[in-house]
Ligand binder design. Structure first.
Ligand SMILES: [Zn+2]
Length: 260
């Protein structure tokens, strides 16, 4: 049984974070340091100190990275809201790199486990001509050596597109604050992209196109069709769309994880 530190997100505490136990990662003494300060305040202080590993007796995990740990624990918003984001250029790029690494690892797993077309790690490995252990390592969120070649092979195996692009900092921070839910990361492969329903819609068979998309559980088709509607749909459809919208837009219970 292991516990997570509410300050730094370290997930391998051997005792619950209370009764004067100490986090080996950030050094918080629970019941003392957090007696009159909130975990978020202690986290800001740890970030200010450049997130050093505290313990001399407990060694850092292999490939340990404080930025990735905070992002995995869903504290990414605290990283981008910290004043260091404005004042420290190296910090800013470390946040960028750690978020990109965690995001691509989570996205790989979310795409592999898509409800409509799931693959095991071995099946994906075969399609991408890799070993299963390699897929496991890439999905582990602690991998740091991504190559374009690997990403292109995985994209082809998953049937999705892959683009290189530079982005604005405001777009990156928006993504970090939104968090990494499977809903924002997974989408259908080329073969299952919703071309037919959309064609049907524009050919005038609105109602059938909607029902078909709803029945297939294709959230992206439904949003495309919703966006394309000039006139409001019939009443029966409005009701069903609303209930569907609630499902695809319901906020995740985790902090900072909201579908925009
Ligand atoms: Zn800690």
């Amino acid at each position: 049984m292991s516990y997570q530190c509410p300050v730094c997100g370290y997930g391998e505490l051997t005792r619950p974070p209370e009764n004067f136990s100490i986090c080996p990662c950030c050094g918080t003494e629970f019941g003392n340091d957090d007696f009159d300060r909130k975990p978020s305040e202690l986290r800001d202080e740890w970030i200010e100190k450049d997130m050093p590993w505290f313990s001399r007796s407990t060694l850092k995990p292999r490939n340990w990275n404080s930025y990735r740990q905070l992002i995995i624990a869903d504290f990414g918003a605290d990283l981008v809201d910290h004043p260091r984001m404005d004042n420290d250029v190296n910090y800013r790029y470390e946040v960028n790199k750690a978020f990109s690494e965690v995001r691509i690892a989570k996205q790989l797993k979310a795409l592999r486990e898509r409800e409509q077309e799931p693959l095991t790690q071995s099946q994906l490995a075969t399609k991408a001509d890799m070993k299963q252990s390699r897929i496991s390592e890439l999905e582990g969120m602690n991998y740091s050596g991504w190559s374009i070649n690997t990403l292109e092979r995985l994209a082809k195996a998953l049937g999705v597109a892959f683009k290189y692009s530079f982005v604005r900092w405001s777009d990156l921070t928006f993504d970090i604050k939104r968090g990494l839910s499977d809903q924002t990361l997974a989408f259908p492969s080329f073969e299952r992209e919703p071309v037919r329903q959309i064609v049907g819609f524009f050919e005038g068979n609105r109602e059938q196109a909607f029902y078909s998309a709803l029945q297939a559980g294709r959230s992206n088709t439904v949003s495309i069709l919703q966006g394309a509607i000039a006139a409001p749909p019939p009443r029966s459809l409005t009701k069903e769309m609303n209930s569907y919208g609630t499902i695809i837009n319901s906020p995740s219970p985790r902090r900072h994880s909201r579908v925009a």
